[in-house]
Design a protein around this ligand. Structure first.
Ligand code: C2G
Length: 731
């Protein structure tokens, strides 16, 4: 039985390293030694490693006095290894239980065997069927084909495909092969040292063997802002290392292998286009810093490849060779303008964006112009609406702009209604002094230094927000992307409204927001204090079309991150039995259904006609709060606002375990804090409503504590206070 040496360098990975080591402990193949190199971590990684290793005699931990980097740590690991095979694993990644077994069983006579690097969302089987495992039942064999491991060979030109895989992880290496060819990591390199090892290997083999079963999961970085992984570092930090690597690899490997040489040139040109020139355009000073290494690199490119690299690129390479810095900059600019021009012609939105960037953003900012937008134009509602309507009370000379998906909708006052994503939308965004917005803006929106961005947000958080979420599982994004985009957005906010001290603390941390917090309560709740009387409520009911002689139940649940059609369009599976509800409560009540704005499903109300009012597209939920006698909700921030009315709240939380534990996580113990009953079945909800009068006494104490914690800032003056501070400059 061959022995594997698993080499794991660790530097400040306290949040990940336990998962990594546990996945090693769970290996079905047990003849391995773990070589863990603590590269002078300053966090708790060392302690975690020691604890786990102390229980496993074949695990060796080495601690460096000072931080030396992954290349040094791995080379050190290789020198300690006593196994027949070597395998590199990173501390923030982890393995399927069968990984080592699959590799050892399939490497055969190959000097190394390459496996794929999989995403954290990959479903890993808990076992695999070995090729030689004979199954008597043919049908079972058929079904298990998916789990079978095939070894693929890449030869000749196809070998290049393997070159694209730069990382050294998830490859089983014959130790003898590594020794014979003296493969090692270039300690001069920080980000690209893996390739010094892999290129050395690829250069000396005829063919490359690979398997495709998911074996190695690359963990996501939970904090790409303050604790980025190596890969997450800004591109400007990586560029000098890349250039250095290119120059070294050309001499070391390119000279001897034509495939590698060509690959390196192409890779350099791709990187030059994608990363180097874009970074230079953001800050021209980089050009001066990188000019010399860039020129040296250009000198190394194969002449034919350089001349065939396209009109723009070959001219830029020429300017480099001529040592003409300003000519190079000029040529990069010409290419980029051409590219922008081409992109602008690719579609209407692309054209608008280009006009926005090159024309509108150069127009003067209008001091008295204010933009309002609620839920990305979906409705005329929420905090922006409340602030706007309060401003209308004043006699002032502001020019109000409302961004809406449907500008034909009537709204009070003299605001200009502008269709979202129209050309005018871009114009007004570019030229308004103030933005009053309750959700995130598209990332391409540029906030000018003169613009004042008042972000009102849209709810007290129960479910974890932004950077407080460890992993983000939403369609169309990754944890890293989501958190980076969120960060860039929140950096643009000048003011952030907070409904209570509890939210203030969370917002600061979860949004990494350090500018002015307006902790004054929620503008959208002002109306709950101003209009909570019989006349106003009857007026609202009439406006909505609700009967005034019946009590109103409002059902307003939230959305589920994992139930969706596509980005921004979520499913909702109604678990309330409407027919039963109508039968038992219909005499006394009507039911208002109010789905979250991200829900795309239309709800089937068959069998409950006359009892159910679907007001999902009604603009402002605050009016529905006022019109209702009690609320049914789940994990929606709706209940924090509704509590201002001191009316009964029922929590219909049929999926609480999944929601709390696997989707988002909560900020507090929901069951303990909730100011009303937690119900799992539709029938329980109906039972509770039938006995609604008993509820008040039971929940009185909890309710008071809840009100004190979350509602005590609200008193009907939030909008007024915000206007004073943001628009009138008062303290
Ligand atoms: N909302 C609504 N109807 C619903 C649910 C929500 O009109 N059925 C409105 C409410 O104003 C609510 C807001 O949308 O406060 C936010 O909805 P949440 O369900 O709380 O969910 P989310 O949009 O994810 O925002 O910090 C708060 C969170 O970010 C929650």
């Amino acid at each position: 039985m061959s022995k594997v040496s698993v080499i794991i360098p660790v530097y400040n990975k306290e949040e990940y390293v336990e998962r990594c080591l546990n996945s090693l402990l769970n290996q079905t193949y047990t003849n391995f030694e773990a070589i863990i190199i603590n590269d002078s971590s300053s966090d708790n990684s060392g302690k975690i490693i020691e604890r786990i290793a102390s229980e496993n005699p074949t695990w060796n931990v080495y601690s460096f006095e000072e931080n030396c980097g992954a290349a040094v740590a791995r080379n050190f690991g290789v020198r300690q290894a006593t196994g027949d095979f070597l395998y590199f694993l990173d501390a923030d990644d982890y393995l399927a239980p069968y990984t080592l077994e699959v590799f050892v069983n399939h490497i055969g006579e190959n000097p190394f065997l390459v496996g794929p690097i999989s995403k954290p969302t990959t479903i890993v089987q808990d076992h695999y069927i070995a090729d030689d495992e004979d199954s008597e039942d043919e049908q079972e064999q058929e079904e298990s084909n998916d789990n079978q491991v095939n070894v693929y060979e890449y030869r000749g030109a196809k070998k290049k495909k393997a070159l694209r895989r730069k990382a050294v992880i998830n490859i089983l290496w014959s130790h003898d092969f590594v020794k014979t060819h003296q493969l090692e990591f270039d300690e001069e390199l920080i980000y690209y040292s893996d390739q010094s090892f892999t290129l050395g290997a690829i250069g000396v083999v005829e063919s490359i063997a690979a398997i495709r079963v998911p074996t190695y999961i690359r963990g996501e970085c939970y904090d790409p802002i303050d604790h980025p992984s190596l890969r997450q570092n800004p591109i400007s930090a990586k560029i000098p290392d890349f250039l250095k690597a290119y120059q070294r690899f050309k001499v070391q490997f390119g000279k001897y292998d034509n495939h590698i040489d060509k690959y390196l040139d192409k890779d350099f040109l791709r990187f030059y286009h994608r990363s180097i020139t874009n970074t230079i355009m953001k800050d021209n000073e980089y050009l001066t810093i990188w000019f010399e290494p860039l020129r040296k690199s250009a000198e190394l490119i194969d002449t034919k490849t350089r001349l065939n690299s396209g009109y723009f690129t070959s001219r830029e390479m020429k300017a480099l060779l001529e040592k003409d810095e300003s000519k190079l900059l000029q040529r990069i600019k010409i290419r980029q303008s051409y590219k922008r021009f081409k992109t602008a012609l690719s579609g209407r939105q692309a054209m608008y964006k280009e006009i926005y960037r090159s024309l509108f953003l150069n127009r003067p900012v209008k001091e008295n112009r204010i933009i309002f937008e609620s839920f990305a134009g979906k409705s005329y509602s929420d905090n922006p609406r409340a602030i706007y309507e309060e401003m209308l009370q004043d006699d002032n000379s502001y020019e109000y702009i409302w961004i809406m998906n449907d500008p034909s909708k009537p709204i009070p006052g003299n605001a200009k209604k502008v269709k979202r994503l129209s050309l005018r939308y871009y114009y007004y965004l570019a030229t308004s002094k103030y933005w009053v917005i309750n959700a995130r803006m598209p990332g391409y929106m540029i906030k000018r230094p003169e613009t004042v961005y008042l972000q009102t947000w849209h709810g007290t958080p129960l479910k974890k927000l932004a950077h407080d979420m460890k992993e983000v599982r939403m369609p169309g994004t990754t944890t890293e992307k989501y958190k980076k985009n969120f960060y860039l957005e929140a950096q643009k906010w000048d003011y952030l409204v907070s409904p209570n001290d509890y939210s203030t603390e969370i917002f600061k941390r979860a949004f990494k927001f350090h500018k002015t917090m307006l902790d004054v309560g929620y503008p959208r709740n002002d109306v709950l204090y101003k209009k909570n009387n019989v006349e106003n409520i009857d007026e609202i009911k009439k406006k909505i079309g609700l009967p005034t002689d019946k009590k109103v139940i409002l059902y307003a649940p939230t959305w589920r991150d994992d139930e969706f059609y596509k980005k921004g369009q979520y499913k909702f599976d109604l678990k309330l039995d409407l027919e039963d509800m109508k039968k038992r409560l219909g005499e006394e009540y009507v039911l208002v259904l109010r789905m979250h704005y991200l829900i795309a499903d239309s709800i089937n109300t068959e069998g409950a006609e006359g009892f159910v009012y679907n007001l999902s597209s009604y603009d402002d939920i605050a009016e529905l709060y006022l019109a209702s006698d009690l609320l049914i909700t789940d994990y929606s921030s709706v209940f924090f606002d509704y509590a201002n009315l001191r009316r009964p709240i029922l929590f219909f939380t049929y999926d609480i375990d999944k929601y709390r534990d696997t989707l988002r996580g909560f900020y507090f113990n929901f069951e303990e804090v909730a100011p009303g009953p937690i119900l799992m079945e539709s029938s329980e909800v109906i039972d509770t409503i039938e006995n609604i009068n008993q509820l008040k006494g039971v929940y009185e104490e909890k309710f008071e504590a809840f009100y004190e914690r979350f509602c005590s800032l609200d008193n009907g003056t939030a909008s007024r206070q915000i206007i004073k501070r943001v628009f009138k400059g008062e303290k």
